[in-house]
Each structure stands twice: as structure tokens, then as C-alpha cells.
Design a binder for this molecule. Structure first.
Ligand SMILES: Cc1cc2nc3c(=O)[nH]c(=O)nc-3n(C[C@H](O)[C@H](O)[C@H](O)COP(=O)(O)O)c2cc1C
Length: 451
């Protein structure tokens, strides 16, 4: 049960040029300067004005390919994944333009050595005064493997087992320096106390011996995030994650997933209250419910049927001959199970396709519009009420907000929904207490003292 003083977490996922809405890159209300630092720093200032917990950047290490190994569709249509700036580099610009906002960076355990992960993230963590979160991914595609000289992506179980070792090693590297190891004692000529710095245990597990060339994080260690939803993925999340990023089509699915995650965290010996479950939402807002539905219709009207079918085929690795718009979406999804590499995402697509008896055309439009993420369409007041109900009923600990248009949808959310959440006492009005660098760290925000 929530107490009357509990507040939700809000993370903004920023994924240009497409967002989760495929036409974002060519929409008149969107910015197109996503290769410039100003795009991210302006977004971040808006989020900080709204007291968001974090700006989160997803990542992939290859341009997504179709069933024949071609990247043509992705690049021609500006599909999701056609552009990815390095998240850590991008967030370094955001760090210098903000004071409190968390900085969530995706880094792959399959293709990045543990030492480099630990070093890159802890560097940004120091530079930002303890505001970094690591979105732990194992990568999903052969295209990514090809960019690192491998023929295939390793099987999922193998990737998760390796990720367990990598995460443990990164934590050991981060914790190798005791908090008081950097002494800077001029009179005794002691810079740091080597007795308070240790190597990675177990001989570094063949991954990294340590120690790292960086002292302990201002927030103890960066926050860990994860988005796996398969059986193995959930166990991984329950073992490591402070924040779990989820996809769920209905409130009931959210409630079930959260219950399952909390049970697994408890079984792994952790306090379930220290694992925040944040499902993705893509709100569409208008001054009234009718106006919000017109805004949604305008987003739909910008889609082109051939284009969205081509994107769906690319996503599912289906051939063009399978794209009869009137065929059953469920059949298509079942034939291509496993194509996206994300079990949680595919489960959501299949459940929704079944429940709503979708055709291939419906699925293609839903994918291009919102990726079928949970979508409140209403006035800011009503959307705030809906989010509060989900929070209060134990369906979520907060939300990953995936705005359709950068940055107009985020401005609308911050100007309209945030004040309504605050009025209901369900979201912070300021970032509050001072931490080591003059601002609360991200860890303190997710795990308040005594919380
Ligand atoms: C909402 C969501 C966001 C994700 N973001 C990324 C990402 O940015 N980069 C990536 O490589 N994988 C991403 N993934 C993939 C997951 O991290 C995970 O590797 C994938 O879902 C496979 O695990 P699973 O089958 O256990 O769900 C995401 C998955 C979901 C559901």
C-alpha cells in the first residue's frame, strides 16, 4: 500500500530521430537538430524544470537490418536506430547544462569490456556530482555482432551469464576505492592510501584486475537500470537493478509484472522496495479529451501505409509477401517470434494483437505510432489522474515517459501534467536535500535514507 506521502519516479526516454513515433523526425512541431548538443541540453533543462528523475538515452551498436541483412529500409525511412549518438558522450553535455537531473546511459555488456564500462560511467558520475545510471543491456542483433568482428550475437542465456560477471566486476571496480581512500594529506605527503584501494576479487574473473583509476562515486555507485522481461531477464533484473524499465499494454499487465519482479527480488534476498518498476507510457495531450484525440489522429494521419508496413517487416524480419494488410497480426507475430530479441516487447505486441484482433495493418500503424506502448490520450489533468491511479493501485512505481514529439510533447507534459501530479502530492516540487556535490544524488532519489 502507498502512504499518502509516497511520490512516483519519472524518467524521460529520448530516442531521436524517431522517438517511439516514427514521424517525429519530419513533424513540424519537432526539432531536427538532434546532432547538436543544444537539442539535448534544451530537453534536459525542460526536464529539470519539471523535476524529472532522469533523462535516459537508449542505444544500439548497429543500424537495424531486415531479413535479408539490408539497412536500406531503416535509413530510407528514418527508422528507429538509424541514428545513435554515444550516450555517455551525449550525457556529458547534458551534465554541464543541468544540476540535478539524472543521466541514464545504455552500455552493452556483450560488446564493452568491464573496465571501459566502469571507467566511462564513473567519469561521468564524478563530473556530474553523482547523477549517473547505467542501463545494462546485452544487445540483441547479429548486426551488432558484425560491428565487433563476430558472426552472430551469442545466445541470450550466454549473454545474461556474461552480463552477471560483467556487472559484478564493474561493481567491484567502482567499489575498489574505499570512500576515504583519497586522503590528499599534504603534510604527510600522502595523496591516497593504497591500503584502502583493492583489486577486483577472484583474480578479476578474467575480465579486469583493477583497481580503477578513479575514486569512489559521489553517490556510492551509479544507479543500475535494466529492461529484460524474459525469465532469465527478470532474474537478472531482480538480482541487480535499482530501476526496471518495462513494457506493458494494460494496467493489469503492469500489476502482474511488478508483483513478479518484487517476488523475484525478495527471493534473491533483496528488499523489493529497492527495485523501482517503471512501465513505458506515451501520453498524447490536449486541452480536452476531444482535443487530445484530435492530436492523436493528426499523428496517425502523418503515417503512410506502405512505409509503416515496410518498417514492420524490418522489425519482424518478415518478407514483403507476408505484409498483406488484412491478414492476422497474431499469425505474423507467431511466425516471427524472437525476431526483435526482446521477449517482453514481443509478449506485449502479441497480447495486444490478440486482445484487439488486430490485422497486420493495425499492428503496423500501432508500431509506428507508439510501438503499442501504454498511451493515455486526454487532458493533462485526466492523464495525471490516470498515472496516479496506476501508482496508487500498485501497478507502477513511476513511469518512463516516451514523448511522441521532441520537444513539444515534453513541454506539454512538464507544463500540464507535472503540476497536476504535484497538486495531488504524487510528485516532487523540487529536488530537495543537498548531497555531496550540493544536490541530491540519483541514488538518494531512488533510495532515500531509511527508504
Ligand atoms: C523498453 C525497452 C527498452 C530497451 N532498450 C534497449 C536499448 O536501449 N538497447 C539495447 O540494446 N536493448 C534494449 N532493450 C533490450 C533489453 O535490454 C533486453 O536485452 C531485451 O529485452 C532482451 O531481453 P529479454 O528477452 O529478457 O526481454 C530494451 C528493451 C525494452 C523492453
Amino acid at each position: 500500500m502507498r502512504s499518502s506521502t509516497d511520490t512516483m519516479h519519472l524518467v524521460a526516454m529520448v530516442n531521436p530521430p524517431t522517438s517511439q513515433y516514427s514521424e517525429n523526425w519530419r513533424h513540424p512541431l519537432s526539432r531536427q537538430d538532434w546532432l547538436s548538443a543544444g537539442f539535448y541540453t534544451d530537453l534536459a533543462r525542460t526536464l529539470e524544470r519539471g523535476c524529472f528523475d532522469m533523462l535516459f538515452l537508449p542505444d544500439a551498436l548497429a543500424v537495424p537490418e531486415d531479413h535479408a541483412g539490408s539497412y536500406d529500409t531503416t535509413l530510407r525511412t528514418g527508422g528507429k536506430g538509424s541514428i545513435y549518438l554515444d550516450p555517455v558522450v551525449t550525457l556529458a553535455t547534458v551534465a554541464s547544462a543541468t544540476t540535478h537531473l539524472g543521466l541514464g546511459a545504455t552500455v552493452s555488456t556483450t560488446f564493452t569490456p568491464a573496465y571501459l564500462i566502469a571507467r566511462k560511467l564513473l567519469s561521468l558520475d564524478h563530473l556530474s556530482g553523482g547523477r549517473v545510471a547505467w542501463n545494462i543491456v546485452t544487445s540483441t542483433t547479429d548486426a551488432e555482432a558484425h560491428n565487433f568482428g563476430f558472426e552472430h550475437i551469442p545466445p541470450k542465456d550466454e549473454r545474461y551469464s556474461h552480463a552477471d560477471e560483467v556487472v559484478q566486476t564493474v561493481l567491484d571496480l567502482w567499489e575498489g576505492w574505499q570512500p576515504d581512500a583519497l586522503t590528499l594529506d599534504g603534510p604527510s605527503r600522502q595523496f591516497a592510501d593504497p591500503a584502502k584501494v583493492s583489486r577486483v576479487p577472484d583474480g578479476g574473473r578474467g575480465l579486469s584486475r583493477g583497481p580503477l583509476t578513479l575514486p569512489r562515486s559521489p553517490q556510492g555507485r551509479p544507479v543500475l537500470m535494466q529492461a529484460g522481461a524474459s525469465d532469465r531477464g527478470l532474474d537478472f533484473a531482480a538480482r541487480w537493478a535499482d530501476v526496471v524499465f518495462a513494457v506493458a499494454a494494460t494496467a493489469e499487465d503492469m500489476r502482474d509484472q511488478r508483483r513478479e519482479l518484487r517476488a523475484r527480488a525478495a527471493a534473491a534476498g533483496r528488499d523489493p522496495d529497492r527495485v523501482a518498476y517503471l512501465p513505458a507510457v506515451q501520453p498524447v495531450l490536449g486541452p480536452t479529451r476531444a482535443a487530445a484525440h484530435s492530436a492523436l489522429q493528426e499523428l496517425v494521419d502523418m503515417l503512410d501505409l506502405d512505409d509503416v508496413l515496410a518498417k514492420l517487416a524490418r522489425l519482424l524480419h518478415a518478407g514483403p509477401e507476408e505484409l498483406d494488410p488484412d491478414l492476422s497480426a497474431e499469425d505474423l507475430l507467431l511466425r516471427h517470434a524472437g525476431a526483435t530479441g526482446s521477449e517482453g516487447f514481443e509478449r506485449m505486441l502479441l497480447d495486444t494483437a490478440r486482445r484487439e484482433r488486430m490485422t497486420v495493418q493495425d499492428l503496423a500503424i500501432g508500431q509506428a505510432l507508439s510501438q503499442l506502448h501504454y498511451q493515455p490520450v486526454n487532458s493533462p489533468d485526466a492523464v495525471a489522474e490516470e498515472l496516479c491511479e496506476l501508482f496508487d493501485s500498485g501497478a507502477a512505481d513511476g513511469f518512463v515517459v516516451m514523448p511522441a514529439l521532441y520537444q513539444s510533447s515534453l513541454e506539454q507534459f512538464v507544463n500540464g501534467v507535472i503540476p497536476e501530479l504535484q497538486r495531488r502530492g504524487r510528485f516532487r516540487r523540487s529536488y530537495g536535500s543537498a548531497g555531496p556535490a550540493g544536490a541530491a544524488t540519483l541514488q538518494e532519489r531512488f533510495h532515500p535514507a531509511g527508504g
